[in-house]
Design a binder for this molecule. Structure first.
Ligand code: 4AD
Ligand code: MG
Length: 501
């Protein structure tokens, strides 16, 4: 085959003839004109076929094209400001590779369940395409950040004999008649590697049998876990926020088009591209949740939703009345607006159902309770950048967390919560480095000591203060893209009740 020309490099061919190979994203037909939106993986480009300029055979080929047919299109590359690629093609030749029959995902509205069943095809649509490109940018940014700072990337095993993050979410497998688990976190192995290399990070899949459906949980997700020797909690927090600011900055400067195509309001991201995020203690977080300000914020939220609802319903009624007499173009506009209104009404209904539950959870919070998803949502609504909450009750944290030397009830753990209601994207902290203390903790947590024998060796042979954290890739993508659910952040999501495709 001749070398491919890609849509994102059309500027090199301005004024010349080029051949694009791709798929028909959309097709409109006029009397003697056919407008194709061609996509080739790098972008989309309008291709115009004028009956007067092409042979009958070429016109025939173009006429037969359907959505998602594969095709090679040759024509002159013309600059065009209105086009998303900056160019359009005035077509001279059309070569059909395959005519696609009855592509299931049409431009009309589809339900999420249907789209999830067709995830293998859904990935081709504009929104999903933009999300995956941002995911890729985030992955690249993370590697760049750590590599530029002398961290060594290390792969932790997927089959393990240890529970890291509690025993309730373990996936058990049969490993040649021995029990093995799919890893929940590479951290313990990361600690071993940090003692060999100083600063390391893992970047791999992790697994948790999350038995409830939420917008933040997958059963298979990707985690990035840096681990550093001779780092305390504060150095750990500095690193976490520098990394996050670096990621956000990269996406803002390199994926502007994709963010725009997702209609992402980037106000909060603009604030997060610089580090210096607020840090509050867990105790302060509890005080905030129980405060008058929080109650007032919730009351105001409830009132504003209650006002918005009838306004939207009235607008909807007016649009529905207008629809009958409207011309075709206006009809499309009305349909779009009605769809948006319906989505918003559902959100309002959900908020109005949630607010009383959130209020109760927040106001009744006691020191020692874990922060739930809704508590995190409320806390982050009071800030416009990510925040870090540190110093959690030791009781609710993992066995490996070091305790605050000044207060044995407090663990030196930290979570980073993303703004705009997103909540936890990072969990980490300083690790217990004393062999004796760790032995006690393993006993307290009723963990099988034999499985941790190797881990305890790290405290016998040159133990040092060390820290690390885990960044959830999908939650980060979800926040940066402004999505409602993590299921769209990974090519093939694995969740409760979802193993296909
Ligand atoms: O807070 P977690 O459980 O921390 C750990 O696993 C530590 N061992 C990490 C470390 O210190 N090296 O998980 C870390 C992050 C969370 O903040 C969240 O972003 C993500 O992993 N995460 C999930 N993402 C999607 N689906 C799930 N079920 C997730 N569980 C955790
Ligand atoms: Mg956590």
């Amino acid at each position: 085959m001749k070398k491919n020309t890609y849509i994102n490099e059309l500027e090199k061919f301005a004024g010349q003839s080029a051949t694009l190979r791709g798929w028909v994203y959309n097709k409109r037909e006029g009397k003697s004109l056919i407008f194709l939106i061609l996509r080739d993986g790098t972008g989309t480009c309008q291709c115009i076929i004028n009956q007067q300029d092409v042979s009958d055979a070429v016109w025939q080929n173009a006429s037969e094209l359907t959505q998602e047919s594969s095709v090679a299109v040759t024509g002159k590359v013309i600059e065009d400001e209105r086009s998303s690629s900056g160019y359009e093609i005035h077509v001279t030749d059309v070569n059909v590779v395959q005519i696609a029959r009855d592509y299931p995902i049409t431009p009309k509205e589809h339900g999420v369940e249907f789209l999830m069943e067709n995830r293998h095809l859904w990935l081709r649509s504009q929104r999903q395409w933009a999300i995956m490109r941002i995911r890729n940018e985030i992955i690249f940014a993370i590697h760049t950040f750590f590599q530029e700072r002398g961290f060594i990337q290390m792969d932790a095993p997927i089959f393990t004999g240890n529970a890291v993050e509690g025993t309730s979410t373990l996936f058990e497998t049969n490993y040649f008649d021995q029990k093995a688990y799919l890893t929940q976190s590479g951290q313990l192995y990361g600690e071993a590697m940090a003692m060999a290399h100083g600063k390391i990070y893992t970047f791999g899949p992790t697994f948790r049998a999350e038995k409830s459906k939420t917008r933040r949980h997958l059963t298979e997700f990707w985690m990035i876990e840096p681990e550093m020797a001779y780092y305390d909690l504060e150095m750990n927090m500095d690193l976490a926020e520098e990394m996050m600011a670096f990621i956000v900055d990269r996406v803002l400067s390199r994926r502007e088009t994709e963010l725009a195509s997702l209609n992402r309001d980037t106000t909060a991201l603009e604030k997060a591209r610089k580090s210096g995020y607020p840090r509050i203690t867990y105790t302060q977080a509890i005080e905030r949740l129980k405060s008058d300000e929080m109650r007032i914020m919730l009351d105001e939220m409830e009132d504003s939703r209650k006002q918005e609802d009838p306004q939207l319903r009235q607008e909807m009624a007016e649009l529905e009345k207008e629809f009958g007499q409207a011309k075709k173009g206006r009809k499309l506009q009305i349909e779009k607006r009605l769809r948006d209104i319906r989505v918003r009404l559902e959100e309002i209904e959900e908020d109005l159902r949630n607010i009383p539950v959130w209020r109760k959870s927040a106001l009744e919070k006691q020191w020692g309770d874990d922060l739930g998803g809704s508590d995190e949502t409320l806390l982050t609504m009071q800030f416009d950048t990510p925040i870090m909450v540190y110093g959690y009750p030791a009781e609710i944290k993992a066995f490996y967390m070091k305790r605050d030397p000044d207060n044995d009830k407090v663990a030196l753990g930290v979570d980073m919560l993303a703004p705009e209601g997103y909540g936890e994207i990072i969990g980490g902290g300083q690790r217990e480095e004393s062999l004796d203390v760790l032995l006690d903790r393993i006993e307290e947590h009723e963990l099988p000591i034999e499985a941790f024998s190797w881990y305890l060796d790290l405290r016998k042979f040159g133990t040092v203060p060390h820290s690390g954290f885990g960044l959830g890739l999908e939650r980060t993508v979800s926040w940066i893209c402004g999505l409602k659910h993590v299921r769209e952040t990974i090519p093939f999501p694995r969740m409760l009740g979802r193993l296909y495709p």
